[in-house]
Design a protein around this ligand. Structure first.
Ligand code: 6R9
Length: 657
């Protein structure tokens, strides 16, 4: 498409949304903050020295010789160093006299079903499990697939693997047998750890039958280790071993062997937008350095007094880095919740905040928008005065959702930290620091100290303030992926070929007039309307800024006049009735907020949106609907019935104007 104004090149990505609200850090938080503004200068002056000091927060069995070996795009951090991750996450806290401190308050979905594990308890459980894994023939470098509900045995299993140097591959408890099988095969795992089932939406949900189906075609699997959680009926096979039979009789002593800083820690598969899942490989020393540093800095964690809750599933990278490794390395007290936010009622999250007096809450925009839809009156019923910091991760947070989160969950006083990162980056990369940054609704703000990120144009040149483009990372960072398991070439092609010498994350971004970074969604989703590249995020945020809208997803659909036209799917807030003129009202609202170029061609009011299990909107499927195609592959949808609900709405979709 030709640009609208002759002679002007279309920008890589338009910058349409402008935001003037600012929230300064609370004075008491700023005065006592773990990390202050000096950290940016220190890291800018000596980036490797900065990461060395971060690594010194860990306990090393042998100090490293070389901080970074960089043979682009292959990085090695803390080369020659040795450490044991389980020792760092568990034993050292017990040795320091903090064995009675709670590591995890676990809250099962059925009410009243809870468990508390201190660091001393965790040490005994991890040791017994490490001994059991060794009895089952698992050794250093072996791969272990973990397919479990959100129960304490999940982090225990991960830590037991880390302790003996086995490489875990956690597969989301909702994935199908074929997805599990392909991940077992790709990593050539020899053991699967699972459970009979877990509780979801008020009922036991089986896991073991899926494992049985997957493992039937995986001859390399020697054993399946099964935790009894729901006590539902399951089939058993010769290869099955029950956790209660083998783990419980082990010694609770186990010597933590030091592992090399670059020994593999885990593989985590990401499906990406298309194609075969990529086994993202993370290693030991750099990963723990950056997860623990960022958890301390971004959440201003005070291990003695904070109660921290990350609501993610451990099967997602957020759970690996910010339920298991980061918080435990820092000696934090965390909450783990097994179930869904609406079981048995829509105030369950806030009841948990009230019960445990949570001080730091880390959740996803999809959850926040759902709470907006359910209504302000629900959180208002609970005492959440303990909260002092709120975090967001997983998608761009719309400015209105940010403000709602701050107001209705944070009582208008808590900072909100919008943290951008990926499975591939291992840990947070771009985020405000709660005691330093004046927060801006919708912006991830600045790269953290020690991270060199940029917004670049098609040619890889930095865009000026006010410009849009691609998010790229210019220097290696400690918790970066080391490769795609078994496929170095795919690693090079996927991440390092778009812009020579830079890591390309696949996300669009802009740098606003103050130089702050905004994430604008996946570049695959960008819409090309009359020669303008328009981000889905900005149009969605404009829709969500209308008082009647709780959630929105937009896609570009082929259009004879404009190339692509914007088609919007919206969910209304709880109390709002769908009226005949709602579409016109919302289209005009977007045009007024962002300019006429962003005015949607169509608005469809829908009851739900298609999402992955980690809550990301799957726009690909909505594009199929918008272009009247049959809907594509729905296997990674959290709820496969959603697309039927949306398609039913289609006859009412008509082009306006
Ligand atoms: C941690 C995680 C990564 C993709 C990433 C981006 C999106 C995550 C975000 C965000 C805007 C944020 N994303 N956090 N977009 N603002 N704060 O989500 O990892 O599942 O690998 O997804 O998620 O598009 O590229 P992962």
């Amino acid at each position: 498409m030709a640009p609208e104004t002759p002679g002007t090149e279309p920008q890589a990505l338009s910058n349409l949304l402008h935001e003037n609200r600012r929230f300064a850090p609370p004075a008491d938080l700023a005065a006592a903050a773990n990390v202050t503004a000096e950290a940016y200068d220190e890291a800018a002056a000596d980036r490797l020295g900065f990461w060395e000091r971060a690594a010194d927060r860990l306990t090393w069995a042998k100090r490293w010789d070389t901080t970074l070996e960089w043979n682009p795009p292959f990085a090695k951090w803390f080369v020659g160093g040795q450490l044991n991750i389980a020792y760092n996450c568990v034993d050292r806290h017990v040795e320091a006299g903090r064995g009675d401190k709670v590591a995890y308050h676990w809250e099962g979905e059925p009410e009243g079903d809870s468990r508390t594990l201190t660091y001393a308890d965790l040490q005994r459980e991890v040791n017994k499990t490490a001994n059991a894994l060794q009895e089952l023939g698992v050794g250093k470098g072996d791969r272990v697939a973990i397919y479990m509900p959100m129960i304490p045995e999940l982090p225990i299993a991960m830590l037991a693997c880390a302790r003996i140097g086995a490489v875990h591959s956690v597969v989301f408890g909702g994935f199908s047998a074929s997805a599990l099988k392909s991940r077992i095969d790709d990593a050539d795992a020899k053991l699967v750890i699972t459970a009979d089932g877990g509780y979801r939406r008020g009922a036991p949900s089986a896991l073991k039958p899926t494992v049985d189906e997957a493992v039937a075609e995986c001859p390399q699997i020697e054993h399946v280790l099964v935790v009894r959680r729901t006590n539902q009926e399951i089939s058993t096979y010769d290869r099955d071993v029950f956790w209660a039979d083998i783990v419980e009789r082990q010694s609770d002593q186990h010597a933590p062997e030091p592992h090399d800083a670059e020994d593999p820690l885990f593989i985590l598969y990401t499906s990406g937008t298309t194609g075969k899942p990529k086994g993202i490989l993370h290693t030991t020393g750099g990963y723990l350095t950056q997860t623990s540093w960022t958890h301390n800095a971004v959440f201003d964690l005070k291990p003695e007094t904070d109660i921290y809750w990350c609501t993610a599933d451990i099967g997602w990278v957020t759970g690996h880095s910010y339920i298991v490794y980061g918080p435990l390395a820092n000696g934090a007290t965390s909450v783990i919740y097994e179930g869904t936010p609406d079981t048995p009622h829509r105030g369950r999250f806030w009841e948990i905040v009230q019960k445990y007096k949570i001080t730091i809450l880390y959740t996803a925009p999809t959850a926040i928008r759902t709470f907006m839809k359910w209504g302000d009156d629900i959180p208002a019923k609970f005492d959440m005065s303990s909260l002092r910091i709120l975090g967001s991760v997983g998608e761009p947070i719309n400015p209105e959702a940010y403000v709602w989160y701050r107001e209705h969950i944070g009582a208008g006083r808590t900072p909100v930290v919008d943290t951008w990162w990926q499975t591939e980056t291992g840990a947070v990369m771009i985020s405000p620091l709660p005691g330093v940054t004046s927060g801006k609704p919708g912006a991830a703000m600045r790269p953290l100290p020690g991270i060199v990120a940029d917004v670049v144009d098609d040619q890889g040149q930095s865009v000026p303030n006010g410009g849009g483009g691609y998010l790229a990372i210019r220097e290696p960072w400690p918790s970066m992926l080391r490769t795609i398991w078994g496929d170095d070439q795919r690693y090079i092609d996927t991440y390092w070929s778009r812009f020579p010498g830079m890591y390309f994350a696949g996300d669009g971004a802009k740098r606003d007039e103050d130089g702050d970074i905004w994430l604008l969604g996946r570049v695959d989703d960008v819409m090309l309307v009359s020669g303008h590249n328009i981000s889905t995020t900005e149009v969605e945020s404009a829709l969500v800024s209308h008082p009647k809208v709780a959630e929105a997803a937009v896609v570009g659909a082929t259009d004879p006049v404009t190339g692509q036209a914007i088609v919007s799917f919206v969910i209304l807030r709880g109390s709002v009735e769908e009226s005949a003129d709602i579409a016109a009202e919302l289209r005009n609202h977007v045009a007024k907020t962002l300019g006429p170029i962003a005015k949607p061609r169509q608005i469809l009011v829908v009851p739900e949106l298609p999402k992955t299990r980690s809550g990301k909107i799957m726009r690909r499927l909505l594009r199929d609907v918008a272009e009247n195609r049959s809907v594509g592959d729905v296997t990674t949808l959290a709820d496969s019935t959603v697309m039927n609900l949306i398609s039913e709405k289609l006859p009412s979709a008509k082009s306006e104007d």
